[in-house]
Design a protein around this ligand. Structure first.
Ligand code: C2E
Ligand code: MG
Ligand code: MG
Length: 635
């Protein structure tokens, strides 16, 4: 009950109270007046009648008062409600449109005008099909009217047209309003503009299927497209090619120049690739530095090879950044449907095997999938299995390759290189099994064993009076950052009693740059043991000079790739000169590997490179076969 109604009730009760008092008063006056003329019995009867009549009248009056009062409050509540409804109607963010039973617009609110761009007087008396977008067919509207007729309500997503002509999505509910006779009187449509939601939905879908860095399709979308392409190729008896592209040594760029440069480089590479292909070709970034290209309607290996070449050539020009230019190469693996694979998964796996082959063949090239590659993959699994046995059965051997002082030509050190004396396959190269040992974790045992053997051998040589300055052993990048390496080196030195200054640890440049801070810490600890440190395969790892300067390293080993072109290849000559100058300025020794010709040794000597190693001096051999007296004349 409202406060107003409570007031009315109170007034009515006062009415009643006054009526009763009044009656008693009148009754008393009357009785004293009539007493003289009427006997007692008649008086009581008249008095009773009068009392009942007047009371009834008064009660009636009170009731009328109450009813009026309630009616009044009811009317004002209705008015209040209407006012509120009008305010809601006007202030709501949802557009509201009301039509009469004939479908002519009779009301619209402010939100309607804001959303559609129409003014009220432009739409009153019109039909809602004024907003039709043309996106929905007759079936759509038929279903809407059926729902309105049967259920009295319809809700759903509908595309309409604004006054500007722009088509937009809205979420709309239409309700049928009926009068007291249950006849349709109006239709009320309430709607909201959902273009923002649609945009974010679209954005989310895009994000789920695209790589945010390059904007290219991601692995998910690429797999999807491959599935579709294969289904369509099968149907139309056509072929497809999948090219897997991996940038060479990208990790080094990322590690040495930072992730921002790495990201920028990936974007630039993606742009270059994008410009290479016609619209029917899907280019995707599968992750990291791996891109994939799906070419429909391509059945000949030759066609795919032309595309691969185009990809490789696109990287021939350096990528220029603000203050520097970067060269990056790529390797490409190609697999064809239906020749090489019958499913999307297999196509991708086979392209990956071909990519592995391209990488192993020296990178910056492409390779087509062949069945042998699957055989190779199987062989890798077998090697991993057999390698365990090789360690237990002592099938590993340590070979030693001489290192000569270029100035005197004298043999001053050796590098220990592991070999596997396989019972049926003969002598297996470390290039074949070291990567597998690294993947399976066996490398720790192999490297520890080689170090132990090399140190023992060095002790034996020293005892035999051989004047050898050092024995170098290779440390896998997988072990380099680990604490166990320090413990292992300390243990071997302790067990063998070798002077630490005679042991040199070779770490590849990429291993150092993988995590330069950890590398630095590890190197300082190893230096405390007194061992020598050398950076192997120098020139391939994009070292940051600033970091290099901080490393407690005694030696840079120039990668044999740069020695091969000496002394004729201008680029190799320039690079070797720079490395020698660099090492000099940092107080490091320079050691060139892969010397196969006298001219190379002579050029290096001319550049003041101190040490040389290569087939021209001597191949890696078992310890007893080393020729201590061998000192070939360089000049
Ligand atoms: P690396 O440490 O750079 O070793 C030099 C490689 O170049 C050796 O190959 C050597 O035989 C080869 N080589 C030396 N002189 C010449 C030459 O004049 N011409 C040519 N073409 N090659 C030459 P190898 O013994 O096959 O070893 C390959 C790689 O395997 C090594 O490269 C090293 O990274 C790794 N490796 C070898 N032994 C071990 C080991 O005990 N532990 C680890 N972690 N890696 C090892
Ligand atoms: Mg080495
Ligand atoms: Mg090397």
């Amino acid at each position: 009950m409202t406060a107003h109604q409570r007031g009315a009730l109170r007034t009515a009760l006062l009415y009643l109270l006054f009526s009763v008092i009044w009656l008693q008063l009148v009754g008393y006056l009357l009785s004293s007046f009539f007493d003289k003329f009427v006997d007692k019995q008649h008086w009581l009867l008249i008095n009773g009648y009068a009392w009942v009549l007047v009371s009834a009248g008064l009660i009636f009056l009170a009731r009328v008062r109450i009813a009026r009062c309630f009616a009044k409050t009811g009317q004002s509540a209705d008015r209040e409600r209407l006012r509120q409804a009008a305010a809601v109607f006007d202030c709501t963010r949802e557009g509201v449109l009301v039509t009469d039973r004939n479908g002519l617009i009779v009301h619209v609110n402010r939100a309607f005008m804001a959303i559609t761009g129409y003014e009220e007087d432009e739409v009153l008396g019109q039909r809602p099909n004024l907003f039709k977008s043309g996106r929905h067919g007759a079936d759509f509207y038929r279903a809407m009217f059926t729902a309105l007729a049967e259920v009295g309500e319809w809700s759903g997503e509908i595309w309409n047209r604004r006054k500007s002509g722009e088509i937009y999505p809205q979420w709309q509910t239409i309700r049928v309003i009926r009068d007291d006779d249950a006849k349709v009187s109006h239709y009320v449509a309430v709607f909201s503009d959902i273009s923002a939601i649609k945009d974010s939905e679209h954005e989310l879908a895009h994000l789920a299927h695209h790589d945010p860095l390059t904007g290219l399709p991601n692995r998910l979308l690429f797999s999807d497209r491959t599935e579709q392409a294969l289904a369509s190729a099968q149907l139309h008896k056509r072929g497809c090619a999948l090219l897997l592209v991996d940038l060479d040594h990208f990790k080094n760029i990322n590690d040495s120049l930072g992730h921002n440069v790495g990201d920028e480089l990936l974007k630039r590479v993606a742009e270059r690739f994008r410009g290479l292909f016609a619209p029917g070709v899907t280019l995707a970034r599968l992750g990291g530095d791996e891109f994939a290209v799906l070419v429909e309607n391509c059945s000949q290996p030759g066609q795919a090879a032309v595309l691969a070449r185009r990809i490789l050539d696109a990287l021939k020009e350096p990528l220029r950044f603000d203050d520097h230019a970067l060269f990056i190469n790529a390797s490409v693996g190609i697999s064809l449907f239906p020749g090489d694979a019958r499913s999307a998964g297999q196509l991708l796996r086979n392209a990956d095997s071909a990519l592995f082959k391209a990488k192993s063949a020296g990178r910056d090239g492409y390779a087509l999938y062949t069945e042998e590659l699957t055989a190779h993959a199987q062989q890798r699994v077998e090697i991993a299995f057999e390698l365990r046995r090789a360690l237990e059965q002592q099938e590993l051997r340590v070979y030693y390759q001489p290192v000569h002082d270029l100035a005197s030509s004298r043999l001053v050190g050796v590098e220990a290189l592991v070999r596997w004396q396989h019972p049926s396959r003969g002598l297996v190269s470390p290039a074949e099994f070291i990567p597998i040992a690294e993947r399976t974790g066996l490398i720790a045992r192999i490297d520890a064993w080689v170090m132990d053997q090399a140190c023992r051998q060095m002790c034996r040589w020293q005892q035999a009076g051989v004047a050898l300055e050092f024995v170098a052993v290779n440390v896998s990048s997988r072990l380099f950052a680990h604490r166990e390496l320090y413990d292992e080196v300390a243990r071997v030195l302790h067990d063998t009693g070798l002077d630490p200054a005679c042991l040199e640890l070779e770490v590849t440049e990429s291993a150092v740059m993988e995590d330069p801070e950890v590398a630095l810490e590890q190197m300082y600890r190893l230096r405390e043991l007194g061992v020598r440190l050398a950076i192997d395969d120098f020139g391939t790892g994009y070292s940051s000079l600033l970091r290099l300067k901080r490393l407690p390293v005694q030696k840079l080993k120039i990668d044999q790739g740069f020695v091969a072109g000496l002394p004729w290849d201008e680029d190799d000559v320039a690079i070797v000169r720079v490395i020698v100058a660099l090492a000099r300025s940092m107080g490091m020794q320079v050691h060139a590997e892969g010397i196969e010709q006298r001219e190379q040794a002579a050029f290096l000597l001319e550049q003041a490179c101190e040490l040389g190693q290569g087939y021209w001096f001597g191949r890696p051999v078992p310890a007893p076969q080393l020729d201590w007296a061998h000192a070939p004349a360089i000049t």
